[in-house]
Ligand binder design. Structure first.
Ligand code: ADP
Ligand code: MG
Length: 680
């Protein structure tokens, strides 16, 4: 059995030069905590930078590596100053254009120096241009070597650049001995030799990629088998009562009636809770279908049965929002609850730990911090996981260990509709309940698709909406390799909007803010004091501000359908009519056009998910993470369907023959980052 180089497997990223606590925190958002995680952070796509393209051979839209001598550096004044650097070679010129640059960056460009630049070729004012290229300045006599392999383009998070990831992953690859098939396959994925057909690579058809995919499916199946075994032999916490006094009281405080669908799902949950085997239930319900109140009603049944409840949310913001809702709901019932996240001080955390282990707190709401080793419950009876697509099997594996001899009941809630054919692999051991009905009185969301050249008009409309007292989200997603598109980053949009409407209170929230900073921006928005919120996709999941009625999404054509649907679900949550404007920078690709068309025509999550599967051709790289399906690292439930069955068979056989070996695969792909207790 090959096992991974031990040092790489468990070493935290902070061991790398230039990776401190701050950077590590950002890497965590990419699920990177160890050197092994870095190796498993696979490229989203590749670029061929192994050759220099002559200026005469360029064409619109092409990605190319160029080399030339600087012949002019000019500032073009305007509402925003732009910097143009003109390069000449073979009698032609190309201009590198920057909308964002630091003074030092501008000073570094000098006539006579040479530049190698990489980026998308666009037709500019007089000649070809590259907007925000990646570049190196060099001395004519000493050109940097061209890469021998394709260049990896990684999924990013705010505050982490392509170059940083390339450097760190390169260091780990150099450290790894590359002396087994697993490591060699990973190395191939990060640095594929330039004779590999790019199409095969991007469709994950090369043998090393296929081997990794099979192995990941196998590991996933093994983890499910292991979970299932634990569950079947384990006992559920025994509830001391199956009466519904608390839920009855709760409903009398509630300002609305449950929908029929909510009532049915709740009945299914109550039946599960009455058994002495642990509940394993998934509640699927479109955005806004009212899953939170189901969570609350389930929790109350377990609390009345004298056990504790833990509710986990994927983000700090969402956890806080849930905490506030639950506090308002449970306080009148005399049920004390607590909040736990990594943003608390050590002292605050200790206090929560104590109140949980003594049993004083009946419920705790939080983020991944709930998984930490120190967290001990007096008697954990139910674990609720909200927005399941952010959690994988491995978190559930860890959780199952929190309740001692018994396995807690588990309720997983998701807005992601999974097509029936894939549900088995995605959820395996879970029973599914569907809330297939929205609360009455919801107004449909009107969706408008708009090119960015009508921006001025749109801003005027947003301004008017704010003056009328409406609340508006302006979403600026961080796009995968957004180095090129930074000029539309949340901050510059914020500045732009402030300039246009100085009298309107505008908030700005993005991933670089700490939890507290986010809170200090979100709170005035949810209280209605701030009218316009400029945000990155940090607001994607679950945020509930029913008074918000207008949403603008920048670069909508670059986002997946599932993400657009999630984002749009932030409006239309109250009784007022809402709209959503999908902005794109023309011309639209065919897929972009189809996607935005689907969004314009439907607000039905199940329909949108089906279309998503149809649209995603095999050549398109939209991993399962982006679509919200299970978070595999390399495998894709849809793209790689054909490999699932064989991998499952192989897993079943291994499960029979060698638990030890099975464990190695589970840890490699799913569990290792929990073992070291560094989450959250
Ligand atoms: P999601 O399913 O997306 O998590 P939430 O639970 O956040 O949705 O509910 C969205 C909004 O709908 C909340 O403001 C909630 O209070 C409200 N809501 C939930 N159930 C009902 C209902 N039966 N009737 C009216 N409003 C409801
Ligand atoms: Mg929700």
């Amino acid at each position: 059995m090959e096992s991974l180089n031990w040092a790489i497997d468990s070493t935290p990223v902070t061991e790398l030069k230039g990776v401190g606590a701050k950077v590590a925190e950002k890497l965590q958002r990419l699920h990177i905590e160890t050197l092994h995680d870095l190796l498993l952070h696979l490229p989203a796509r590749y670029e061929d930078r192994t050759r220099i393209t002559p200026f005469a051979m360029l064409s619109e839209g092409q990605f190319a590596t160029l080399e030339g001598e600087i012949t002019a550096v000019s500032m073009r004044p305007g509402r925003k100053t732009t910097l143009g650097v003109t390069l000449a070679a073979q009698g032609y010129t190309v201009t590198l254009r920057f909308f964002h640059f630091s003074p030092n960056q501008a000073k570094a460009f000098k006539n006579g120096q040479w530049i190698r630049a990489y980026g998308e070729i666009k037709y500019g004012f007089q000649n070809w241009e590259i907007i925000h290229p990646e570049y190196h300045i060099f001395n004519r006599d000493n050109p940097p070597p061209l890469p021998a392999t394709y260049t990896a383009i990684y999924p990013l998070t705010e505050g982490i650049s392509q170059n940083q990831l390339r450097k760190w992953i390169g260091e780990v690859l150099n450290k790894a001995g590359l002396n087994n098939d697993y490591e060699r396959a990973l190395a191939f994925c990060h640095r594929p030799p330039s004779d590999t057909p790019l199409d095969d690579l991007e469709c994950f058809q090369t043998p090393p990629q296929q081997a990794l995919i099979r192995e990941e499916f196998m590991a996933h199946r093994l983890a499910l088998l292991s979970l299932k075994e634990d569950t079947v032999i384990s006992q559920a916490p025994k509830l001391s009562a199956h009466c519904y006094e608390l839920t009855r009281l709760f409903k009398t405080h509630l300002s609305f009636e449950l929908t029929d669908a909510q009532t049915r799902v709740l009945r299914e949950i109550s039946a599960d809770l009455a058994l002495n085997t642990p509940m394993m239930r998934l509640v699927q319900g479109d955005v806004g279908s009212g899953k939170t109140v189901i969570a609350a009603l389930s929790a109350l049944q377990v609390i009345e049965g004298e056990h504790q409840v833990a509710l986990m949310a994927p983000t700090e913001l969402l956890a806080q929002q849930h905490f506030e809702s639950f506090q308002a709901w449970f306080e009148p019932l005399g049920v004390p609850i607590g909040f736990l996240s990594s943003a608390l001080t050590a002292k605050q955390k200790r206090e929560i730990y104590e109140r949980l282990s003594s049993g004083e707190l009946k419920m705790v709401i939080g983020t991944h911090a709930l998984f930490q080793k120190h967290v001990e419950f007096h008697s954990l009876g139910l674990v609720i996981i909200d927005e399941q697509h952010r959690f994988g099997v491995h978190q559930r594996l860890a959780l199952a260990q929190k309740a001692g001899d018994v396995t807690p009941h588990q309720l997983v809630m998701t807005a992601t509709p999974i097509p029936r054919t894939l549900a088995m692999t995605a959820y395996g051991d879970l029973n599914v309940s569907v809330i297939d009905q929205l609360p009455a009185g919801r107004q449909p969301i009107q969706t408008i698709v708009l090119p960015n050249n009508r921006r001025e008009e749109l801003i005027q409309r947003v301004h008017n909406a704010c003056l009328e007292g409406q609340q508006v989200y302006w979403v600026c997603p961080l796009i995968e390799d957004s180095e090129v598109l930074q000029y539309h980053s949340a901050e510059s949009v914020f500045a732009e909007l402030q300039e246009h409407m100085p009298e309107i209170k505008i908030g700005l929230v993005h991933g670089r803010h700490s939890a507290q900073e986010k809170d200090s921006v979100m709170r005035p928005f949810s209280d209605g004091e701030t009218q316009l919120l400029v945000a990155t996709t940090v607001i994607e999941v679950g945020v509930n501000v029913p008074n918000a009625t207008l949403m603008i999404i920048e670069h909508a054509d670059r986002l997946g359908l599932a993400q657009l649907h999630q984002l749009r679900g932030r409006v239309g949550r109250g009784t007022k009519a809402s709209s959503c404007v999908l902005l794109y920078e023309g011309p639209l690709s065919e897929t972009g056009q189809t996607r935005l068309g689907v969004m314009r025509d439907s607000t039905d999550g199940f329909y949108i998910a089906e279309k998503d599967l149809e649209i995603r051709g095999p050549g398109e790289i939209l991993g399962t993470r982006q679509t919200g399906l299970m978070s595999f690292k390399i495998a894709d439930l849809v793209r790689d369907q054909d490999l699932i069955e064989a991998a499952n068979d192989q897993a079943d056989e291994l499960w029979q023959n060698s638990r030890q070996e099975a464990q190695i695969y589970i840890e490699r792909w799913l569990a290792h980052n929990l073992e070291y207790g560094q989450i959250g």
